[in-house]
Ligand binder design. Sequence first.
Ligand SMILES: [Zn+2]
Length: 311
Amino acid sequence: MSLDKKTILNYICCPICKSDVSQTGTRLTCKTCGKIFTVSNGYVRMMSDSTNDIKLSIRKWDELYKKQFDDQTFYQDFKVYKERYFDSVYSQIKLEKKLSKNSIYLEIGCGPFFIGQLIANECKMIVGVDFCPHALMIAKKMLDEKSIKNYLLIQADILALPVKSNTVDLIYGGGVIEHFNDTKKCLSELYRVTKQGGVSINTVPCLNIGSLTYRQVWGNIPNFPVLRQFAEFIHIHILRGKHMVFGYELSFLPSHLTKLHTEAKFRKTTVKNFEIEPEFNFIPKTMRAPFVYLAKKSPLFWPMIKVSAFK
Ligand SMILES: [Zn+2]
């Protein structure tokens, strides 16, 4: 594993003030604000002080990963991901940016880091960031079993990334950035860590008739004036998050995503449909067929879009 001092000092900074850190044994100390972090279980622990909603999300997700870790179901999940989804996802990433032996790949919300495991040999370094300890423990176990050395795993909050500025060639987030109330802050962090000439690619739910209907099953918030306030009022205040099974989740219009990325200073942004096989497993079986039909026939029902932002 690559948690040697040189790797850490090359890529890691303080999540709060972004200064360099110094390392003594398993202890990392910010050279400016003095905040102390640790290295344990094969990953760097650099959570800044989380708000209560983030703490709740961590607990909820980590329970899920702990179960996968204990049951070892991640081996089967990896097999399914590799056989059914990886080629499609990776080809859509490569369309925007090709990796080379000098590339740094960063995945935000990496979970067990399946993509990282499959592309590590194409990059100089793969960096996985997630806030769940058990997701990172699964990732570490699998990376080590594959004898992959060029990785760095960090437990962190994406709104306060402990990654040095201008270091990353390609950022990928598969359904991550829609879970933050403050999208601008999130995109500013992604911009900061991206190298000149690098790209940040994220898939997010598309705001269309689909998100206004079936996505309401889990409390999606359309990010559109008035609609957003209305949906937040209904889902958070009236229903008290009852349907928000994935926590807070926004859907976006392509034009709004472009605007947000431009405000975060990216020089060029493109938005395309993210090609997936719509399965709609989350909808009760009896209601599924019409949505699959509509998603395939009409862009108004297509569920996911890919936003690529170039620095
Ligand atoms: Zn600091």
